[in-house]
Ligand binder design. Sequence first.
Ligand SMILES: Cc1ncc(C[n+]2csc(CCOP(=O)(O)OP(=O)(O)O)c2C)c(N)n1
Ligand code: SF4
Length: 278
Amino acid sequence: MSVQPATPALTARDYKSTVKPVWCPGCGDYSVLSAITKALTELALPPQDVAVISGIGCSSRIPAYLNTYGFHGVHGRATALATGLKLSRPELTVLVTGGDGDGFSIGGNHFLHACRRNVDMTYIVMDNRVYGMTKGQPSPTTEPDWDSALAPGGTGLRPFNPLVIALASGANFIARGFAGDPNGSAKVIAEAIRNPGFSFVEILSPCVTFRPDQREWKQKVHAAPVVPTEDIGRAARRLMTDDGYNMGVLYIGHREPFRLDSKADAAPPQDLERQFVV
Ligand SMILES: Cc1ncc(C[n+]2csc(CCOP(=O)(O)OP(=O)(O)O)c2C)c(N)n1
Ligand code: SF4
């Protein structure tokens, strides 16, 4: 009887590509990349079974730095791309990565409908409350009084609360992490991937270049004082009164994820294409 050599266990390094990140030194996105590779290692997912989809922005560069399948797509369209992918290739573990501008501004409508559709994927938003890549414009999560050369005196606009919107729109799992705690973020991401349906993880990821004030986040973040709730009413109250710095899993839902039925699943894409030939 031949003895098969044992497959060596995957390490975080196995999920990293050879492309060197070009983020500014100190950018929170380095830690989020590390948290994602740690989470994939914990789940022992073969890199070829994972696809990471993004839009455009500094944070959206993540797929290039991973050794999984990846798609660096169109600004604001990452969840739509990921929905199509997951429905046609349900065996893949699908992650979506991007920024607050990408996901909540130009991609805001797609965000709502991704939550509503509840297709099984994990959406990780590196929220730095600014458009980093295009040099510091305020985003939907920017504080109203954040003063900058591009918005002197601040926008005066009420910030968008992504966790509340995710809950109201049907997300099946809601959590928050902090780039300064990659191990804590990795645990949250692993749990989000394990939970079926649309999982939303906001990771506070400082933009050290345009928001140096975010270095204070280290002092502001704290573990959520209560365990995750499965009660949507309680989650709504908790998220509406949240101070924005509660870390951990905040809501776990039990909605059945949306899947294509087996008949649609069985139809090869060529058959579908034929129906549209004019
Ligand atoms: C359709 C379209 N509109 C605008 C842009 C310009 N653009 C590129 S990235 C970006 C914002 C990025 O901000 P965010 O998503 O918060 O990511 P960050 O760079 O902060 O990680 C914008 C407006 C674009 N690439 N495509
Ligand atoms: S501009 Fe901001 S978000 Fe972009 S790489 Fe630099 S620190 Fe990171």
